[in-house]
Design a protein around this ligand. Structure first.
Ligand SMILES: *[C@@H]1O[C@H](CO)[C@@H](O)[C@H](O)[C@H]1NC(C)=O
Ligand SMILES: *[C@@H]1O[C@H](CO)[C@@H](O)[C@H](O)[C@H]1NC(C)=O
Length: 318
């Protein structure tokens, strides 16, 4: 749309436009009068020369304006191409998010993953989206591989509003590995610090506070009077990798787990020793009836990440 009918450019070119009265129709503006009665009349020849000169200048100006306008149009095309690309990118990200929200797992099967906590600190962890119901007994199992130099830290902790230490598995400083229930303590004779994968289960019942602890399918310890007749309180927060000093927070780097975790599962009863052996030796695929290990059910924070993990391929080598 160059030629004589182009529109007045939107930004700041009005002065130039009105300086080109003979070539350009500047919108609906009236052309300014070129003569002023009070200016002395110039001889005809000089006036013609001046007129020619002005026409040349006007032509140069017009051609400059047309060039500028073409450049601007080209820039606009670039910009709209860029915008198109960005929108395409955003769309595909949006689709990915929707896909994830609607249950498409990144892992197949959806439990074939692990949580990786690469360094010991107070901000890397995973959180289970589900909480626990009120429980009178439980079995909690997981695969873990510790990278810790000293204590194992906290593979998991369950806090409720009135009790930060409702259920905690913790090895801190030079203390042995401990199972805390309602802040009562049992010491577990497990040895998990060889930097290899291990299958770990703790089982408990409120009846006389009986508990047992398993490593790689074998019972290593058992006892009673651990929080006898207590009921595990519901509606708390399950954190993997950090000890909670308050519901869902106040982590302590010296109590943090460092390494890898997988297949965190919870049952509402004590599993039989043979069931636990089956899980550890990979002949059973029993899922927790309270908490199942599922990509969709685990969120990672602070630089903790997820990676593919086939428990019974990597775990069996342990
Ligand atoms: C002509 O010039 C006089 C003064 O020189 C000025 O006051 C007047 O506004 C001018 N007229 C036009 C039409 O430019
Ligand atoms: C694995 O566990 C099952 C179920 O308890 C048991 O019958 C089987 O003997 C175990 N196999 C090995 C190789 O330990």
């Amino acid at each position: 749309s160059a030629g004589g009918s182009w529109r007045r450019p939107a930004c700041g070119c009005g002065v130039v436009v009105s300086a080109l009265p003979t070539v350009v129709q500047a919108g609906h503006q009236e052309l300014p009068a070129r003569t002023n009665g009070s200016v002395p009349t110039t001889p005809a020849l000089a006036r013609d020369a001046l007129h020619t000169k002005m026409e040349q200048l006007e032509e140069q100006l017009l051609s400059k304006i047309l060039t500028l306008q073409k450049e601007r149009q080209a820039a606009n095309t670039d910009r709209s191409q860029q915008q198109h690309d960005i929108e395409k990118e955003l769309n595909s990200l949006q689709n990915r998010v929707t896909e994830l929200e609607h249950g498409e797992s990144c892992y197949s099967p959806p439990d074939a993953f692990k949580v990786i906590i690469p360094v010991q600190n107070n901000y890397m962890y995973a959180r289970m989206k589900k909480s626990l119901p009120e429980l009178y007994a439980f079995t909690i199992c997981m695969w873990l591989k510790s990278k810790a130099l000293a204590g194992l830290g906290t593979p998991f902790s369950y806090s409720v509003p009135s009790q930060a230490n409702e259920i905690v598995l913790l090895e801190w400083g030079t203390n042995p590995l401990e199972l805390l229930i309602n802040d009562k303590v049992a010491q577990l004779p497990l040895s998990l610090k060889d930097k290899a994968w291990h299958h770990v289960c703790v089982a408990w019942t409120t009846r006389d506070g009986k508990w047992s602890a398993y490593q790689d399918g074998e019972q290593r310890g058992a006892g009673e009077n651990l929080a006898s007749w207590h009921a595990i309180k519901p509606q708390g927060v399950i954190i993997l990798g950090q000890e909670q000093d308050t519901l869902g927070g106040r982590f302590d780097a010296t109590q943090a787990f460092v390494g890898e975790l997988a297949q965190f599962s919870v049952w509402d009863h004590m599993l039989a020793p043979a069931e636990i052996l089956g899980l550890a030796n990979c002949t059973s695929h029993l899922q927790g009836n309270v908490i199942q290990w599922d990509d969709q059910a685990v969120e990672v924070f602070g630089g903790a990440s997820k990676g593919g993990f086939a428990a019974c391929e990597e775990g069996r080598k342990a």
